[in-house]
Design a protein around this ligand. Sequence first.
Ligand code: FES
Length: 103
Amino acid sequence: MGQLYKIGTVRDLAPGEGKVIEVDRHEIALFNVEGTFYALNNICPHRGGPLGEGFLEEGIVTCPWHGWKFDVTTGVSPKNPRAQVASFPVKVEGEDIYVELPE
Ligand code: FES
């Protein structure tokens, strides 16, 4: 079990959007896919691009630097399953969003 951090509210991020959030020593990419929230490590495994600033479409984020794609629900690339980023559990309580990060 990791540690739970409050990272905002559901009003902070519209459906179809993502953003970068710094939590403790982690950089998280938070995404809203039709009202469900997902969190990935923000750092693209290719060259370190900010996934939270990428284009989000149908649950797939495209890295803004060179176009690698990741399924935001799993962190795995739909094209190359060996390319993946860590995904973190997200909880919504009322309007508050929490992410669970490793200790
Ligand atoms: S840094 Fe993300 S695709 Fe290159």
